[in-house]
Design a protein around this ligand. Structure first.
Ligand code: FMN
Length: 194
């Protein structure tokens, strides 16, 4: 991978970051906030946090003549207008939280994640780093046709020791790993080799 100084942007990049947790004190939500300060120059990260505004996915509601659902439209627009997306998931019962999977299900019909560069991150307080959720997320992203560069995948174990309750990343290795993920994602957006 090239170093940070070699990234050449012809325009600012807009990255959407999403936490898969609804919990108030969520470590995944702290992470998506924290990465706003770790992006390469010229890359802005916007956090989307309306996960719980989405209705349960139902294909009957996702047809041409169905009434417009504002929350769904807004979610799809956010994804569509982003150059790339960072998804950060906790693990519940060995999988992705249902509410987060629900948000991804709403993108199947719209195709808004197809061919879009995505970084896939899992974070857990356990050493297992949310690996089942990560695997599940990758399977879903595969179905959605998202482009996840290898260097844009990260599994974070023992997250509670690595980020403070105030959202400061206190583990230098994690900070570097996140910077690399964001760099690879930005490279993928502008079409450079990763
Ligand atoms: C009902 C329940 C099930 C859980 N299952 C798992 C699990 O399968 N794997 C895991 O790593 N953590 C599991 N956890 C722990 C969560 O990962 C932990 O609460 C984490 O902090 C949630 O992410 P958040 O901080 O972003 O909200 C579970 C927690 C609860 C309450």
């Amino acid at each position: 991978m090239s170093d940070d100084s070699s990234i050449q942007l012809s325009r600012p990049l807009n990255i959407l970051a999403v936490s898969g947790s609804l919990r108030k004190a969520s470590s995944n939500s702290l992470l998506v906030q924290a990465i706003q300060h770790l992006a390469p120059a010229g890359v802005a990260i916007e956090v989307w946090d309306d996960l719980d505004a989405l209705p349960h996915f139902n294909p009957d509601l996702d047809v041409e003549d169905a009434p417009r659902i504002e929350a769904v439209q807004s979610w799809r627009e956010k994804v569509k207008s982003a150059d790339g997306v960072v998804l950060c998931t906790p693990e519940y019962a060995a999988g992705v939280p249902g509410s987060f999977k629900n948000a991804l299900d709403w993108l199947v019909g719209s195709g808004d994640l197809a061919d879009r560069p995505v970084a896939a991150i899992s974070a857990s307080p356990y050493p297992t780093a949310g690996e089942h959720a990560h695997t599940s997320l990758m399977l879903t992203l595969g179905m959605l046709g998202a482009r996840v560069p290898e260097g844009a995948q990260l599994k974070i174990g023992l997250i509670n020791r690595k980020i403070s309750p105030q959202g400061e990343i206190i583990d230098p290795e994690l900070k570097e790993a996140l910077k690399k993920v964001l760099f690879v994602l930005a490279e993928s957006v502008i079409g450079q080799p990763v």
